[in-house]
Design a protein around this ligand. Structure first.
Ligand code: MN
Length: 252
């Protein structure tokens, strides 16, 4: 049996042809956590793609869009929680682009994390320019999640690890010095894989879930394991995370 892979952060609904991207992921045995940016996008994606054994739809409220979400859209987020076991993309963005909506972002993120149902989901979390603030909020809420495309300091990463957080690694991170330094510092049992497709590029083209195979090859080199062993490590990490957050549910 060829190895099974996972892309824990992909914006499937942002490709011109999500069905084709998902079909390629299925062919390459890549489970896709298809994050969304708003509850409306989540509903549209569910309607369009329906059930697929390789699809894990994620309910999102992207920090850079939260400032523009109407109160009713925020309520829609909570109303849709029962429809999925994956929540993302959520988080904080205190980079230049996110600064103006910092207060609203904090309010929504804290409210999401305070919901007990959310703590029983797999969370994929954005923290650009807000590593310390994001890690602190997760810790205060007693939530465990996946820090996606983490670009904060190693000191804050240590704190996140101590609180049980996971990190998802993408092709860009393995190419950059800063990203590699982080990946080298992470214990392998806390590493997951992502593409952040189509936003993360491979060469000049948008990445797709199929690029996870290359990410795993990069990890295999760092870990001195075979590619198949490394793929297994990543899948076991997801299974362990799922079991930790949803102990009473059957692992799907
Ligand atoms: Mn993203």
């Amino acid at each position: 049996m060829p190895p099974l892979y996972v892309d824990t952060h992909c914006h499937l609904d942002r490709y011109d042809d999500p069905e084709r991207v998902l079909a390629a992921a299925r062919r390459d045995r890549v489970v896709v956590v298809a994050v969304t940016e708003t509850p409306a996008d989540f509903a549209r994606q569910l309607a369009r793609l329906g059930d697929d054994p390789y699809l894990r739809p994620g309910l999102g409220a992207h920090p850079l869009l939260v400032g523009r979400l109407r109160a009713s859209e925020v309520e829609r987020f909570f109303a849709a929680l029962g429809q999925t076991e994956y929540v993302g993309e959520i988080g904080l963005d205190l980079s230049k682009a996110g600064k103006p909506t910092a207060r609203r972002q904090l309010e929504v993120f804290e409210r999401i994390l305070a919901d007990e149902r959310v703590k029983a989901k797999v969370l994929t979390v954005h923290s650009r320019g807000a590593a310390a603030e994001t890690v602190e909020r997760l810790e205060q809420a007693g939530a465990t999640g996946i820090l996606h495309w983490y670009s904060g300091s190693l000191t804050v990463a240590e704190r996140a690890l101590a609180a049980g957080q996971y990190f998802s690694v993408n092709p860009s991170m393995l190419r950059s010095k800063r990203g590699r330094r982080l990946v080298e510092a992470l214990p392998r049992e806390r590493v997951l894989t992502e593409t952040d497709g189509p936003y993360c590029k491979v060469g000049s083209r948008p990445s797709t879930p199929s690029d996870i195979v290359t990410v795993v090859a990069g990890l295999a080199e760092l870990w001195s394991l075979t590619e198949a062993e490394s793929a297994d490590v990543v899948i076991e990490n997801l299974v362990r995370l799922r079991a930790a957050v949803m102990p009473t549910n059957a692992v799907r």
